[in-house]
Design a protein around this ligand. Structure first.
Ligand code: DX5
Ligand code: ZN
Length: 216
């Protein structure tokens, strides 16, 4: 079964609770993009916003930490009501960060950028609950899907299945009703979409269209 995770990055930040409520019936998870202005050249939201949203939503909060120093904030995200936290392999200390996430009761995710080889995450597969394969360069919503990542995605699926692991494989960036089928066939089972959901007139229907395309 494919999970759909709308990314609040493309929602109206002045009206977040309402935007989330509107898409909730068609969403499995809510993807929360945290950017620190260092790991990526953009700033978004942190634990206080997650805590505020928690009071309005029962969805699984899938927090994507695009941060140089996620370790200093994992506790705050757990406290704020995050359900999963994903750190980037590029910042290092992956074993330590994944173990700390699990110790805090979070689902532990490990992300890799489009140009980062799959080999970098393979030693940590047993330590993660989720592998996030970026299909754009992180930092901004609304970018074009990078089809050149598809072979790496398929390799990731193969590695997870060969080891008999239950690690979910998430894709993030440029996912819409046209690319959903491609990534689902390559082995993704969690699809993040921001602009293709919150950028549309009827976000709920847009999320359903992505689900249908993925399951098609
Ligand atoms: C990008 C973020 C994504 C972003 C995706 O750095 O990690 O989650 O919201 O946006 P779309 O779906 O518009 O590519
Ligand atoms: Zn993201």
């Amino acid at each position: 079964m494919v999970l759909i995770a709308p990314s609040v990055l493309s929602a109206d930040f002045g009206n977040l609770a309402e935007a989330v409520g509107e898409v909730s019936p068609a969403a499995d998870w809510l993807h929360v993009d945290v950017m620190d202005g260092h790991f990526v050249p953009n700033l978004t939201i942190g634990p206080p916003v997650v805590a505020s949203l928690r009071r309005h939503s029962g969805l699984f909060f899938d927090c994507h930490l695009m941060m140089e120093d996620p370790g200093s904030y994992l506790g705050a995200f757990a406290e704020a009501g995050a359900n999963g936290c994903t750190v980037h392999v590029e910042v290092g200390r992956s074993a330590e960060l994944l173990a700390e996430a699990r110790r805090l009761g979070l689902q532990a995710g490990l992300a890799l950028n489009p140009e980062t080889p799959l080999d970098t995450v393979l030693p940590y597969l047993e330590a993660c609950d989720l592998l996030l394969v970026m299909t754009v360069h992180p930092g901004f919503g609304g970018q074009r899907f990078m089809a050149e990542v598809l072979p790496k995605l398929a390799e990731a699926r193969k590695a997870v299945d060969e080891r008999g692991l239950a690690v979910r494989i998430e894709v993030d960036g440029g996912i819409d009703e046209h690319t959903a089928g491609l990534v689902a066939r390559a082995g993704a089972d969690v699809l993040v979409a921001g602009s293709a959901i919150f950028g549309r007139e009827r976000p709920w229907e847009a999320a359903q269209a992505i689900r249908r395309a993925a399951e098609g």
